[in-house]
Design a protein around this ligand. Structure first.
Ligand code: MG
Length: 175
C-alpha cells in the first residue's frame, strides 16, 4: 500500500468541498421547553442546558463549524453568561455568519434526532423551514429524520435526546 502523504489533491480538495459532523446530547427534565431547530414541540418536558438546550441546532452549529475547522465549544463556551438561556437559533446564525464570511456555502445538511418522545416526524417540515430560514438556504437543503432508542439506554428510557448532523460545504471564494 502506498503512503497517503504526498499524494495529489483529492477531487474534494480541488473542488473546495468540506464535510462537517456535529453531535449533541442533552438531558431531559420537567419544566423546560422541548426545542428542535428553533421550533418548540408540545411536550411536558424538555432539554436541560446552559442555553435553551436546542440539541438539534447545537449539532448543526457544530457540524458547520467543524467543516470550517473550529468547534462550538470555542465559540460559545458554556461558562459564558452571555449565552445563558440564549436562543440557540441565534447562536447558529452567528456561527454561520462567521463561516459564510470565509466564503463557504451550504450544499446540504442531514440530521438525525433520537428521542423516545415526542415524535419528531409531525414537525419535520416546520423544523426544516426554521433552520433553512436561519441559514438563508432552501428547505430542500436541510433534512431531518427522527429515531427512537427502542426502549434501551438513556435515549430509550426517555432521559436524554441526541442529535447528529452532517453538512457539506463548498468554498466558492478565498477569504
Ligand atoms: Mg448542547
Amino acid at each position: 500500500m502506498k503512503p497517503l502523504t504526498g499524494s495529489a489533491p483529492s477531487q474534494c480538495q480541488r473542488k473546495g468541498l468540506h464535510i462537517g459532523l456535529g453531535r449533541d446530547l442533552h438531558r431531559l427534565v420537567h419544566g423546560r421547553p422541548f426545542i428542535l431547530g428553533g421550533v418548540t414541540l408540545p411536550c411536558d418536558f424538555g432539554e436541560d442546558g446552559h442555553s435553551d438546550g436546542d440539541v438539534l441546532t447545537h449539532a448543526i452549529t457544530d457540524a458547520l463549524l467543524g467543516a470550517a475547522s473550529t468547534d462550538i465549544g470555542e465559540l460559545f463556551p458554556n461558562t459564558d453568561p452571555k449565552w445563558k438561556g440564549a436562543p440557540s437559533i441565534e447562536m447558529l446564525k452567528k456561527a454561520w455568519g462567521l463561516v459564510s464570511a470565509e466564503g463557504w456555502s451550504i450544499i446540504n445538511i442531514d440530521c438525525v434526532v433520537s428521542c423516545e418522545k415526542p415524535a419528531v416526524l409531525p414537525f419535520r417540515n416546520q423544523i426544516r423551514d426554521s433552520l433553512a430560514g436561519a441559514l438563508c438556504i432552501n428547505i430542500e437543503q436541510v433534512f431531518l429524520k427522527g429515531k427512537t432508542g427502542e426502549g434501551i439506554g438513556i435515549i430509550g428510557e426517555g432521559r436524554a435526546v441526541e442529535a447528529l448532523a452532517v453538512c457539506l460545504l463548498e468554498q466558492k471564494s478565498e477569504k
